[in-house]
Design a protein around this ligand. Structure first.
Ligand SMILES: Cc1cc2nc3c(=O)[nH]c(=O)nc-3n(C[C@H](O)[C@H](O)[C@H](O)COP(=O)(O)OP(=O)(O)OC[C@H]3O[C@@H](n4cnc5c(N)ncnc54)[C@H](O)[C@@H]3O)c2cc1C
Length: 296
């Protein structure tokens, strides 16, 4: 019997595993190696590790976590979850079954790429979602913002920290007149047409092509594709969910507790604030939550 089974062993899950390993708890981490930022060459805005490739960060973390004798890392998908506190059962893709007293869900989210030619190829390189992660490298250059929800209208105000050359591409959506006026007053160019293609070479954006054939030169395109949890285990136990502007997340309360006793969740799966720092913070809280719940 494991004390804690962690499903998803990336930034949130490995942080939780290290904390529990240092508390000498018996932990198994199941992971399939598809961290969300694997498309990016470098991870930024991370304490002590600015500019390190994400894969290198995770590999080092895996080595450090694996050094704790009570922690087991298994490179395998969890496919089913059932049970109750002190008697959870997790099935894996190869047919194994693990039992655990507590569960931490940290399997992240998956971005659903729009079917725009060049979008997927440029994702994480010059088609990006986070100015703190990717903005500094293209500061002062022409940026585009691809409208996907009313949240997109807040982007240009934030992005003014990096550039005053911003084009909002509405992609066929309508926006309220007062929002349009507010943005235009700030110098944001607004284009109504749908985005037809991204002109890129090896993921480096040169321009975008609009449905009317026009080409707009850009150095970066900020976009927020819809996302969904990377696995469906939360659904198998009917956990409460919450809506965010880009998708549905697992609802958590104090110490990352979900709506079911004994199950904690962390990382991108639980918040619309997506960063390595937020993920490690919530992984640490979930570990504390799981630990405290076993001490009563
Ligand atoms: C392109 C891009 C670039 C980014 N760059 C930065 C950056 O520079 N700085 C920054 O702070 N943030 C960055 N982010 C955000 C950052 O990647 C996420 O906030 C972070 O990865 C979230 O960590 P996580 O542990 O919650 O989930 P993830 O890192 O997505 O990890 C989830 C893990 O769970 C595994 N998994 C999924 N399903 C199962 C299953 N059924 N069984 C077992 N394992 C499973 C996956 O394989 C994966 O390893 C970027 C995001 C993107 C999309």
């Amino acid at each position: 019997m494991e004390d804690v089974i962690i499903i998803g062993g990336s930034f949130a899950g490995l942080t939780a595993a290290m904390q529990l390993g240092r508390a000498r708890r018996k932990v198994t981490v199941l992971d399939t190696g598809l961290n969300r930022n694997r498309f990016a060459g470098h991870a930024h805005n991370i304490f002590g590790h600015d500019g390190t490739p994400p894969g290198a960060l995770l590999e080092r973390a895996r080595q450090q976590v694996a050094a704790y004798p009570s922690v087991t890392l298994i490179n395998e998908a969890a496919t089913a979850l059932s049970g109750a506190p002190d008697a959870f059962s997790v099935a894996t893709a190869t047919g194994d079954s693990l039992s655990g007293r507590r569960i931490i869900l940290s399997y992240g989210i998956t971005d659903e790429m729009p079917a725009i030619p060049g979008f997927a190829e440029s994702w994480g390189k010059t088609v990006v979602h986070c100015p703190f992660c990717h903005g500094y490298e293209v500061a002062g250059k022409p940026w585009g913002v691809l409208y996907s929800s009313p949240m997109s209208l807040h982007g240009p105000v934030l992005y003014a920290n990096w550039t005053d050359d911003i084009t909002l591409i509405l992609d066929g959506h309508a926006i309220p007149d007062d929002e349009r006026a507010r943005l235009e007053q700030r110098g944001v160019r607004i284009i109504a047409e749908k985005l037809a293609a991204i002109e890129e070479t090896s993921g480096v954006l040169r321009a975008v092509t609009l449905a009317d054939g026009r080409s707009v030169e850009l150095s970066a395109l900020f976009a927020h594709p819809r996302n969904r949890p990377s696995a469906g285990l939360h659904g198998q136990l009917g956990l409460d969910m919450k809506d965010t502007p880009t998708g549905t997340m697992v609802a958590v309360g104090d110490m990352q507790a979900t709506s079911r006793p004994g199950i904690f969740a962390a990382g991108d799966l639980t918040t619309p604030m997506h960063s390595v720092t937020f993920a490690t913070n919530s992984g640490s809280l979930a570990a504390m939550g799981a630990l405290q719940s076993m001490m009563v």
